[in-house]
Ligand binder design. Sequence first.
Ligand SMILES: NC(=O)c1ccc[n+]([C@@H]2O[C@H](COP(=O)([O-])OP(=O)(O)OC[C@H]3O[C@@H](n4cnc5c(N)ncnc54)[C@H](OP(=O)(O)O)[C@@H]3O)[C@@H](O)[C@H]2O)c1
Length: 281
Amino acid sequence: MKFRKVVVTGAQGQLGQALQEAFVEHEVVSLDITDLDISQLEPVRKTLEHIRPDIVINAAAFTQVDQAENDQESAYRGNALGPRNLARATEEMGIPLVHFSTDYVFDGSQSRPYHEFDRTNPRSVYGQSKLAGEEEVQKNNPRNYIIRTAWLYHVVGKNFPLTMLRLANQEQVRVVSDQFGSPTYAPHLAKAVSCLIETESYGTFHLAGSGGTSWYDFTQALYQASDIQTAVVPITSADYPLPAPRPAYSILTSLQDPAISLPPWEVGVRDFTTQLKESKT
Ligand SMILES: NC(=O)c1ccc[n+]([C@@H]2O[C@H](COP(=O)([O-])OP(=O)(O)OC[C@H]3O[C@@H](n4cnc5c(N)ncnc54)[C@H](OP(=O)(O)O)[C@@H]3O)[C@@H](O)[C@H]2O)c1
């Protein structure tokens, strides 16, 4: 094990919680926003210098995609300034920074999966602020892992499958069928991260559930795995307008080491359903 002491920022988020579970063999110091607001440089420096970790994993972000359209300042504070501060502080300490980005850095105009070297062109404020965060991390700490992921979910937090399960008491649910992405079960991502950091080969990586699907087929698979009979009705994105534009197609693939890929997204649905059942018993 290369890194003994690990700091996780944004520890109360869905990925933050999955990381804490995946790194049980490490000494993990978990910091939520009340312990450390990453958008403040001096507290970031002081906190990290006090803890003296071997690596920092940043799971903190401003993730409210629609709210970001009207609150650019908060989006850039959380998604660009925060990562810059962490990158500066970790660089000063000579330690690596793991940072997460998103499929929303792409515009969705491609019809084949996006790899790490495809051209970015974010269409939403959220995507633009996350791309700015990638650039700040790259500029400020050469020991960086930038991990782009997508359609993230866990048994805790706010996410699409938990919303679909909540809505399943309706006669039918209407779900967008013309947007395609890579659903990613947070514990699968966290485990892959624990393998990736052992390689010490820095750079930008796509880590998301393998394969791709639409929100509609994702819901069908979820209901099937959960023995739910509620009808799922396909609709178009135009039928469900939202403030922030989403890429129509943002399935991720990776040109990097296939040994660090995630299981197929369908396995994520299965493991999520099992975990949810276990947490209720
Ligand atoms: N969710 C997705 O579908 C998705 C898809 C692609 C990529 N990602 C990326 O994956 C990463 C993890 O996402 P997630 O879904 O786990 O997010 P999440 O559940 O929203 O968790 C983010 C956490 O960061 C905290 N936070 C916000 N601003 C902060 C600040 N300035 N300082 C410290 N903490 C702060 C939040 O606290 P509050 O809740 O109190 O604000 C929250 O606990 C993010 O980088 C995100 O952009 C997510």
